[in-house]
Design a protein around this ligand. Structure first.
Ligand SMILES: NC(=O)c1ccc[n+]([C@@H]2O[C@H](COP(=O)([O-])OP(=O)(O)OC[C@H]3O[C@@H](n4cnc5c(N)ncnc54)[C@H](O)[C@@H]3O)[C@@H](O)[C@H]2O)c1
Length: 288
């Protein structure tokens, strides 16, 4: 409560950075401040989680294949009093990924304690019309890229006997929708990959889990809403109500704050034996 009161007074009084500094001080005291690398953090969920975890005092390595977008997010975090570095990282580029540990070390702040595999994209088409290069690209970003980066960062996690790997999966890691074959295949694959990695890392204090949300209002989803409105001759509000949120009993979009809170929980000591799991954030979709 004390911290919430301070947070309120910061926003009311405009005491820039007080919230960040206080959390950094508290986290330094209990040694729980972490180096967190997140992919695809130039927009949407990645940006939201990076900003939220920076507020909690962690140092963020904000990466995206669009450097300008990653830099803008890192700048905003730093301007608010947090700690962030930006890096161009295309998760489909094996050579770039191999250099990540060296780049982190060169910044003088390594090693990475937490990897959040978030980069992603969507393409909707029946399989017969799905361009197969595009199909492979989706899988490369959302599955092969995850394996590549995890592989690159595991040695230093093993060396320090600590690591937390969080994949941003999807409700589509568990259920299917038509016309999303590449996305659903990649997101389901993420679950199998995580289960294997949970076994391969079980002898050390490393966990890997997959957060599986339903829809979050981001550019990725806004594009889908616009496309569906055009395809079905509906307004965007009608698409949201009659298509997008229909399978979800709670009928709400998941927020960045919820996803940040779940990541923070997975970083906490309480979650040290949660590994290889899907953390399903679906407003009841999969219980219907
Ligand atoms: N928005 C949702 O409703 C929703 C729901 C469930 C899961 N997800 C997942 O959340 C993640 C983020 O999605 P979002 O909705 O924030 O989308 P977004 O389009 O806002 O952000 C995706 C980010 O990934 C980056 N990216 C794309 N290809 C990349 C590559 N090759 N290398 C590095 N970065 C790359 C983009 O530049 C962009 O900044 C994705 O994995 C997505 O599947 C989203």
């Amino acid at each position: 409560m004390f911290i919430n009161e301070l947070r309120l007074s910061e926003s009311e009084g405009g005491l820039d950075g007080l919230w960040y500094k206080l959390n950094q001080a508290l986290n330094l005291l209990d040694f729980s401040f972490m180096n967190i690398l997140i992919t695809g953090a130039g927009s949407g969920i990645g940006e939201g989680i990076a900003t939220g975890l920076a507020e909690q005092g962690h140092r963020l390595f904000v990466t995206d294949y669009r450097l300008d977008a990653a830099q803008a997010v890192a700048d905003a975090i730093n301007q608010a009093g947090g700690q962030a570095l930006a890096m161009a990282l295309d998760v489909t580029d094996p050579e770039a990924i191999e250099h990540v540990p060296d780049w982190v070390a060169a910044q003088g702040h390594g090693p990475i304690d937490v990897l959040i595999n978030n980069a992603g994209l969507q393409h909707v088409a029946p399989l017969e019309d799905f361009d197969m290069d595009h199909w492979s690209h989706l899988v490369d970003v959302m599955l092969n890229g995850v394996a590549r980066l995890t592989r690159a960062l595991l040695p230093s996690m093993r060396e320090q006997d600590f690591g937390r790997i969080i994949n941003i999966g999807s409700i589509h890691s568990l259920v299917a929708s038509p016309y999303k074959s590449a996305y659903v295949a990649a997101k389901h694959g993420l679950m199998g990959f995580s289960k294997v990695m949970a076994l391969e890392t079980a002898s050390s204090d490393i966990t890997i889990n997959t957060v599986c949300p339903t829809y979050v209002r981001t550019p990725l989803v806004d594009q889908q809403i616009a496309a569906q409105a055009k395809a079905h001759g509906l307004s965007e509000d009608e698409v949201v109500e009659t298509i997008m949120l229909k399978p979800m009993p709670k009928k709400v979009f998941i927020t960045f704050e919820e996803l940040t809170g779940i990541c923070a929980f997975l970083l906490s000591p309480a979650a040290r034996n949660i590994t290889g799991q899907a953390i399903v954030v679906d407003g009841g979709w999969t219980v219907t």
